[in-house]
Design a protein around this ligand. Sequence first.
Ligand SMILES: [Zn+2]
Length: 625
Amino acid sequence: MQQDWQKIGLKAGLECHQQLDTGKLFCRCPSVLREEKPDFVFERRLRAVASELGEFDKAAMEAFEKGLTFRYEAYNGTTCLVEADEEPVEPADKEALEATLKVALMAKSRILDELYVMRKAVIDGSNTSGFQRTMLAAIGGELELSGKKVGIQTIALEEDAARPTAKKEGEITYRLDRLGIPLIELATAPELFTPEEVKECALKIGELFRRTCKAKRGLGTIRQDLNVSVAQGARVEIKGVQELELIDEYVRREAQRQLSLVGLREEMLKRKISEKNFAPLEIADLSQIFSETQCKFLKGKQVFGIALHKMGGLLGKETQPGRRFGTEIADYVKARAGLAGILHSDELPAYGISEREVERVRHKANCVMDDAFVIVQADAARAQKALAVVGERCKMALSGVPEETRNALENANTEYSRPLPGAARMYPETDLKPIGISTDYLEVLEKELPLSVAEREELYAGKGLSRNLVDGMKLSNYACFFEQLVEKGINATTAASLLLEGLTQLRREGIENIPNEMLEQLLLAEKNKAVTKDVMLGVLRQWSKAPEKELKEILKGLQVERVGDAEVRKVIAAIVEKNRALVAEKGERAAGALMGDAMRELKGKADGGAISAILKEELEKAAGK
Ligand SMILES: [Zn+2]
């Protein structure tokens, strides 16, 4: 779809959430996701209570009406009573706070003097306490894109929600491992005017987060919410876009959907359709018609339907590739009445429903010429609720695009999830004192700010890193640590190869989370010639199994303590002596044959270069004799 974005008045803003690779925000559990069977499970039910402002949130009510049960999966050791909402929270994680403040400083955002932990009502059960804790850290600031600047509205630090692992009727299961992982949230002003700008901005924000060396990596660790509208449309929030590569496509498709709904409205007005067309709805019992149908999911079941006057052809109108206005209605029915979906006249006959059955439905529901109909399979009470929702959604179509929150689907389409949350949702966390941010502290942080990508490229290349290592390191979480190592005189290529390639190799073998102190000690030992480069991975394999041991002990155990040149010479002299006949015959050309023996005896204890040089000297000496 080619579009003149300016002409249709496309406007978008981004809200990016980045998980931090630190401990959890309000307890001292590690931020790790687990795949094993949970150690225990408990259940809660959501109870709608008036918020402190005395109002019921519309979104909260919708969740409450569904009457859901929530199951929570937990682990001994990596989740605690804070995640279970059985114990008060602990003060915010220092590292996470520091990373957030550094992002704010880099983006020239104004950091607040005092940070207050606030509670934001959460109604889907993804937080055991019924709210998410969030701290506004900074306001304002800007991001530089190619050719323009984009304003930042807010930068906050908040806790991640529990992750859903299973859903069935009336029940959602969440895993508590993700609950409480710190998230930096950065929201831009709605100043992005093309899908491409949205993508560029998202990449820029991702880079800003990664420069801190504290951003978690992997799918699901960064999530974007998009605010999108076109001039004649409405503000729609798309939640949970994970694939950065598709972000522009989400924007295009939302614009397409809004334009399509604007067109639908015009068509409805042209047909002189008004709210009266959908009220009152006369519900027809269609069960009899489908008692012997070929349609498996209707046969012998309770089926109800309604006519939608003058709506013929409109439910089949495409809103996004593969989705129609009928799908939009079905989304509302799923979210608000808990049914699996609807069937409508624009898609029938199909699914085993015959032409004749369609005719009988039209007759029974009192459809005339250009009327549409919708049918649902449910008991009478739920069918009534579902069909009322159908009527409501059709009424909304008379105003064009409804303001709403939508879920990102995997193919860049979206589906309705709930109305836009109301404003009356925040109140102070009473268990925590505000955090004062002094100017002294900010001055310290200012001096520690991470380098920009361009600065890193220049610095690393200047230290002799290959292009590959520069690219691998510049946005790695090891970049800040790497820079410290280089400061301490450690060879840049040795350090970068170990941190990027070496650790990748170890991860493949299942060895993870090697502490930085261990890596630093080993690299210093290499620098001080206590150990050779080629045994470093072998040392880490052993040391990671016994981290309480000293490096010296590990080297001794592996017999890879580096030996001095005198010792090397002694070993080589002995080899030369043993192979006197060969040396006498071949002279210095015996080096090729003897090098293998020397390497075997001195493996890991000396560098190959040194061994080769000393061997050559010893052979010369022998020839000179
Ligand atoms: Zn915990």
